[in-house]
Design a binder for this molecule. Structure first.
Ligand SMILES: [Zn+2]
Length: 107
């Protein structure tokens, strides 16, 4: 079988490119994407469940905004630190358990 060199496909195969669905990728690309994800190549090796770049940017932005607006505990003036629970991420007071303040982060 003749294999033509396809840089784009190789990028996807090696986990360096994201297949944008709006471009209507051929099945080969989706297979390559799936293969890259399964073998955790490139960007897929970073986290267990990868999130799309645009989604990641949006999350970073909302976290930045949250950090700017509420870094101090309104209850005792202590620092707010990001914590995570099985219910999701939230910002809690660093003086916990003395101070029970916590606010749910929109992340
Ligand atoms: Zn506090």
């Amino acid at each position: 079988m003749l294999v033509t060199r396809n840089i784009e496909l190789e990028m996807v195969l090696n986990g360096w490119a994201w297949v944008l669905e709006r471009y209507g990728p051929g099945e080969r690309y989706l297979e390559a994407l799936d293969d890259a994800q399964r073998h955790k190549r490139g960007i897929w090796g970073a986290t267990e469940t990868n999130i799309p770049p645009w989604e990641f940017k949006r999350q970073q932005y909302s976290e930045m905004r949250l950090a700017k607006t509420s870094t101090k505990c309104p209850g005792c003036g202590g620092d707010l630190v990001k914590r995570s629970s099985k219910f999701g991420a939230f910002f809690g007071c660093s003086n916990f358990p003395d101070c029970k303040y916590k606010c749910r982060a929109a992340v």
